[in-house]
Design a protein around this ligand. Structure first.
Ligand SMILES: [Fe+2]
Length: 356
């Protein structure tokens, strides 16, 4: 199995992972042979990469941390909740809280893993995809930071709901390509307090910590964040953790209005913000556990060779096991050769081909 960008898809390839809609419905089921028509549909879905079966890489397994059923349930519950909020109807967050609990149970029953999203289906709604991805990153990071299971469940629930206030923000501003004007940014910032207000209406059902995560997830350690300019430990630890996964997800994921940034660049943004934008301790743990290049991803090396990531060591996720597939002049390696980047410190990964 490998993951490739949509631009590389050709008819006849076989889809290896189902693709879900933002409502949790299966749009295209794993095992289907791609046709011109399917490929055209996929290109309309704001996807960046898909998983395909490939005989050459049959031994490369891409771990699925979160079952398709739980992903579907999370998306359909989030969609239903947001629709109710949108219509001004009474909504319950109990279902979101229970799916957060399921996500955590699934993630923490696995062996210690590097933080990444491989195996997660891709969706066509930005806010919901962002929320689900953030919840997974946050649960994995919270576990690495030593939070207890009940605490991780609250953090995961908070990550699922942190951008709820965006429902009340003008869609033209929310999805605007390019940068926002000062006035538009001032409107955008309101999603934090709006989310808090929506969630505190439900005070009896949910931990107030979840509502505070929505309010505080754009605060920064040095006080330069919003909406209140809180500093350091004035910011709830759960929100300090979420602000890291929120930024990382937002800049590495493909969005209709801008290209995804290279994971390496996102890594450097978190690194340069340690202690100023981001909590130093949580940030360092995140950077030591995040897998920038995940199994099945094609990469270019500083040697000019092309390779594919085979597996990611938990304790050194930036130095994966890779398979060399072609020489700098494009001649294929026959047979392909596996090497460990831990054992070959002189080799570095330059980038993914055709980043979308
Ligand atoms: Fe936000």
């Amino acid at each position: 199995m490998r993951q490739i960008s949509l631009t590389e898809l050709i008819p006849g390839m076989i889809l290896a992972r189902s693709i879900l809609s933002s409502k949790g419905q299966v749009l295209l089921v794993a095992g289907v042979t791609l046709t011109e028509e399917y490929i055209r549909k996929l290109k309309n879905l704001n996807l960046d990469v898909v998983f395909i079966k490939d005989e050459k890489y049959a031994d490369i397994t891409i771990p699925e941390y979160l079952s398709m059923e739980t992903q579907q349930r999370a998306l359909s519950i989030l969609t239903a909740t947001m629709e109710k909020v949108n219509k001004g109807e009474n909504f319950s967050v109990d279902a979101v809280s229970s799916v957060a609990s399921d996500i955590v149970e699934e993630l923490v029953t696995q062996a210690d893993v590097a933080i990444h999203l491989t195996g997660i289906a891709i969706y066509d709604d930005c806010t919901l995809a962002h929320s689900l991805n953030c919840s997974i990153y946050s649960a994995l990071l919270a576990r690495s930071c030593g939070f207890t299971i009940p605490q991780i469940k609250v953090i995961t629930c908070g990550a699922l709901l942190h951008d709820m206030g965006k429902i009340e923000i003008d869609k033209k501003i929310l999805n605007k390509p390019g940068s926002l004007t000062n006035d538009e940014f001032a409107v955008m910032k309101q999603h934090t307090a709006l989310g808090f207000k929506l969630l505190t209406k439900k005070r009896l059902e949910i931990s107030s910590l979840v509502a505070h995560m929505a309010w505080q997830h754009h605060e920064k350690i040095d006080g330069s964040g919003y909406p209140r300019g809180l500093q350091g430990e004035q910011i709830l630890s759960y929100a300090r953790l979420l602000s890291i996964t929120d930024v990382y997800e937002a800049i590495t994921a493909h969005r209709p209005y801008r290209k995804a940034m290279e994971p390496e660049d996102a890594y450097n943004i978190i690194l340069s913000g340690l202690g100023t934008s981001f909590d130093e301790k949580f940030g360092q743990i995140f950077l030591s556990k995040i897998a920038l290049y995940t199994p099945g991803t094609e990469i270019f090396l500083n040697t000019g060779e092309r390779a594919i990531v085979v597996s990611v060591p938990v304790n050194n996720p930036q130095r994966p096991m890779i398979r060399l597939i072609s020489y700098p002049d494009g001649t294929p390696y026959t047979p392909p050769r596996n090497i460990s980047l831990v054992a070959n410190p002189q080799i570095s990964i330059i980038k993914r081909p055709n980043p979308s």
